[in-house]
Design a protein around this ligand. Structure first.
Ligand code: PLP
Length: 264
């Protein structure tokens, strides 16, 4: 028997390798897990801008996932960009059939940093329904606001939204990222422990290197890899945040747009 662990990414393709599926696979490799991958969309993009999104055929996403998972059952799964409601339904069908509890991390990507929509608006309710299957959801503050229908700016509002993900939407845990906030980029982790909702603020420090592509994708992928390796959730979140901090510190100017992460 092999001891190799498997993490599956279900995400959009980013040809630059700086975000999306291509980045997820690099993160998995760098943390020592085998990466399997099902693309939900092709994109035309460079480091500056997403120019086009071409969703995958939903039936092909469904077939790929069914065939893949029957042969290579993953130890943890990450869901990133889903593009359309139809693609989301295919993913939901497969994920809902996996034995509970699954180590599922959902990065609820709605828009790219340049504002391009990466999930059509009518799919947002379906995305929130998927949260009930998640070990962890990793929205940034704008995503948390859009998906809970709340204002998410002050610390108190972040805490209320975090409770909403866990107590109302049924996620086992949520990490609301502070990278889009002014000031210190602290993240708020909310999880259920012994039937109680626990809130923890995790302190961050800002690296003033300018825009870096794919930080959210890398964080959710690193946490997924750590869960695949068997780490408990809070330790996986700590390791994932440390991994991304290091990758931002090593980030480099590649093309005309955002910097790319420097993976170890
Ligand atoms: N392309 C794909 C496929 C992505 O998943 C993402 C990230 O969410 C992006 C582009 C945008 O990355 P960023 O927000 O770093 O520009």
């Amino acid at each position: 028997m092999t001891t190799q662990r498997i993490a599956l990414s279900i995400a959009g393709s980013d040809p630059t390798g700086g975000a999306g599926l291509q980045l997820d696979l690099q993160v998995f490799r760098s943390l020592g897990v085998h990466g399997s991958a099902v693309p939900t969309a092709l994109t035309v993009q460079d480091t500056a801008k997403v120019r086009q999104v071409l969703p995958a055929f939903p039936s092909v996403v469904l077939d790929q996932l069914r065939v893949l998972i029957a042969d290579l059952p993953p130890h943890a799964v990450k869901i990133g960009m889903l593009a359309t409601d139809d693609v989301l339904r295919s993913v939901d069908l497969v994920v809902s059939a996996l034995p509970d509890p699954i180590q599922l991390v959902i990065d609820p990507i709605l828009h790219a940093s340049d504002g391009t929509s990466l999930l059509e608006r009518r799919a947002w309710p379906g995305l929130t329904e998927l949260f009930a299957r998640a070990a962890l959801v990793t929205p940034n503050r704008p995503e948390a606001g859009a998906l809970t229908g709340r204002e998410v700016e002050s610390r108190r509002q972040v805490e209320d939204a975090a409770r909403c993900f866990v107590e109302e939407l049924g996620a086992r845990a949520v990490l609301i990222k502070g990278g889009h906030a002014d000031g210190s980029p602290d993240d708020c982790l909310c999880l259920q422990e012994a039937g109680r909702t626990e809130l923890r603020w995790l302190g961050g420090e800002r690296h003033d290197v300018g825009p870096v592509h794919g930080t959210g994708c890398a964080l959710s992928a690193a946490i997924t890899a750590e869960l695949a390796l068997g780490k408990p959730l809070d330790a996986a979140v700590d390791s994932g945040r440390q991994f991304v901090r290091g990758a931002i510190a090593r980030s480099w100017t590649a093309g005309a747009g955002g910097r790319l992460l420097g993976l170890p």
